[in-house]
Design a protein around this ligand. Structure first.
Ligand code: MG
Length: 389
């Protein structure tokens, strides 16, 4: 029986993780949950599952919930969240928080000696050097939940890390994979939110269309698998059947395949090293799929990927700035303040003006994250007021 805490339980990853827990009552015991503002969704979960500790964002929500669920202990805010990550009862913490906000909870869980099932890629993108050092020191495992990294992790079972030639991360290409840059000028958020293969949260679906998601995944892979970026490549694979591959020194290429269903990587991280059936999953039917196609990644069409490689290669606070700028610009696109192509422009401009710190502490990362957010907000505000004159 593994005792599990799920962070971000009302999000896309969190809800699917709850599904995994629901279907394996003998394997998992839920000991902690956190969510932000989706309180109605949380109430539905609390009516269906018993969980002793729950953390929300706002104090007012925690008080109202405590009155309605007297058997549950409620915390709130950042301190409540970090306390939840450290609670003694948990064996493993699944981090399904979106964005930079997931970094400190990851560090708190590792610090407390918990294994970490990691869906929050920003933990590695922004804090990779701190996080991997601490995990080593505390002897905890970081189990990837991102489908590509789970695929690589599965391909590496029983293999000697030194015999890896390179990792090959697959990219579906997102909603606009068949449009050229000229055609991208007028695209809307409604179009961007239609991912061809995966059903995910809004911000990551936009990140798929811009290719920033793949860029973050490349940096995440560097830290998770302790490899230089020169050994990590990306290939376009529109069907999303091969979830990623590992090429070994003898030329053998291992691939992990499956239908696009996030419950598999979520469950594998929780049951590792065991495998368990998944309720109502569609078996991969290759006869139906017919053919799998691959094409070379076009760095001119998707400049976000090159920006991420550069930030990841140069390191320091650059990936943190890339991520923060991307988060703000993506939100601005979702609220119709900027166009799709301006997302990239905002990030490139912000990176250009950043004065990087090479061996950042957590405080440095927090400071640079904040700087980048303000920088991009200001840039968007200025161009909006210029338009109005
Ligand atoms: Mg992914």
């Amino acid at each position: 029986m593994k005792r599990v805490t799920i962070l971000g339980c009302t999000g896309s990853i969190g809800m699917q993780a709850m599904d995994v827990v629901r279907n394996h009552p003998d394997d998992f015991e839920l000991v902690g949950l956190s969510c932000g503002h989706q309180i109605e969704k949380l109430r539905t979960l609390l009516d269906a599952f018993y969980c002793p500790y729950v953390c929300v964002m706002e104090e007012a929500d925690a008080k109202r919930l405590a009155a309605d669920y007297p058997n549950i202990q409620f915390g709130y805010g950042k301190e409540g969240l970090l306390t939840l990550c450290r609670q003694e009862e948990a064996d493993i913490v699944l981090n399904g928080i979106v964005g930079f906000a997931g970094l400190e909870p990851s560090l708190a869980a590792i610090e407390a000696g918990k294994d970490l099932a990691l869906a929050n890629k920003e933990t590695m993108v922004v804090g990779g050097s701190l996080v991997t050092r601490l995990a080593k020191e505390k002897g905890v495992r970081i189990l990837p939940v991102d489908s590509e990294h789970s695929a690589i992790f599965q391909c590496l079972q029983g293999e000697d890390h030194r015999q890896i030639k390179r990792l090959i991360i697959t990219a579906s290409g997102g909603a606009f994979r068949n449009l050229d840059r000229e055609e991208l000028k007028g695209v809307t958020k409604e179009q961007a939110l239609k991912h061809p293969n995966w059903s995910m949260g809004n911000s990551i679906t936009i990140d798929s269309a811009t290719m920033f998601n793949k860029g973050l995944e490349v940096i995440e892979a560097k830290w998770l698998f302790d490899l230089p970026l020169g050994k990590i490549s990306v290939i376009m694979h529109p069907e999303s059947i091969v979830h990623s591959m590992v090429e070994f020194v003898d030329g053998a290429v291992m691939a992990q395949m499956g239908t696009p269903d996030m419950r598999l990587p979520i469950q594998y991280a929780l049951t590792y090293p065991d495998r368990e059936p998944i309720a109502n999953s569609h078996a991969l039917n290759l006869e139906e799929v017919g053919q799998l196609t691959f094409r070379k990644m076009d760095f001119e069409r998707f400049p976000a990927l090159g920006m991420a490689y550069d930030a990841g290669r140069l390191g320091g606070t650059r990936p943190a700035v890339l991520n923060a700028a991307k988060e703000v610009a993506t939100q601005a696109f979702l609220s119709d303040e900027i166009s799709f192509l301006e997302i990239e422009e905002c990030v490139a401009d912000c990176l250009k003006h950043h004065r990087a710190i090479e061996e950042p502490t957590l405080d440095d990362l927090v400071m640079c994250d904040l700087w980048a957010r303000r920088y991009v907000r200001k840039r968007i505000g200025e161009s909006a007021s210029a338009d109005n004159h």
